[in-house]
Design a binder for this molecule. Sequence first.
Ligand code: CP
Length: 354
Amino acid sequence: MNTKHLIDLNDCSKEEWEDIINLAVNISDAPERYAETCKGKILATLFYEPSTRTQMSFQTAMLKLGGNVIGFDNPLNSSVSKGETLADTTKIVSGYADILAIRHPVEGASLVSAQYSNCPIINAGDGGHLHPTQTLTDLVTMKKEIGHIDNLTVGFCGDLKYGRTVHSLIKALCHYQNIKFILISTPELTLPDYFKEYIVQNNCAFQDVLSLEEAICELDVLYMTRIQKERFASEALYNEQKNVYILDNKKLEHAKSSLKILHPLPRVDEIAAEVDEDDRATYFKQAKYGVFARMALISTLLGQTHEKYQLKGTSSEKACSNSRCITNQENGIRKSFYQIGEKSYCEYCDAECK
Ligand code: CP
């Protein structure tokens, strides 16, 4: 793999991430064969935001590979609470560990870490931006449960605006053959324009629909998502959006028998508990595949020489338009923008900057 960090899956070629998926599938068939792959190595998990699956599956993955784990899951218990910057925290911890997985509420945070780290950085979720290791997990799930990733109609339902798992998975699926996206959301939580443009640029088709009922019969995969309460400006705005989409057995009567229901989890109430008993419910298996995806990723990244991340865009003093971008939250970060046609985008969070 040419990429030394995993910030955005699209930093790698499709062949490179397919190698990781295939390795994950092999590991899932015989995990004991990989029990000493990372012997003597240390993973640091720096979680500035709550997590169950991502943090624990990273830790489990490293332990199953024969390595060890350090880190924090509450920055208030670390020197972050004394004002230590992300850059300094990264420099210090990358002197203790061989690989770092970072989750942060601010978009672009892991890209900052990758510029200062002495070891590989894995983006374990940056605000409402991206979650590439969830995408690896989702692709491993499709490979194991469907057998292929091409020729699928995939419905994404719920919070497509703030759902970083949705953004990462759509970007990856655009590189497969004959994928049709059905985007099921309210107008307020529709997929950001940047990602819709990405779909169009990659010659894939998408359709916006308002109700689950009008789309469900067409789907091969239904990717349900939680409304991301923590990203809303106010509780009132969240309350307007919650409970709009609830998958239950009645709605599933109209779905294909081969449908796979995915969800990155945690769920709140968007999938009724009765659906768990349906053979099409795949979300708990999906969470288990996350361990194998992360075992494959850790062993791949540790198997290559390290280089600090070099920004690819053009340096500029202009500000990113996204208030949730790390460049607007921490001092001393070199801003960088890239062009697509006439438009300029922030390299950290992909927001269009006018
Ligand atoms: N899917 C996911 O990221 O779950 P956690 O927030 O529990 O890590």
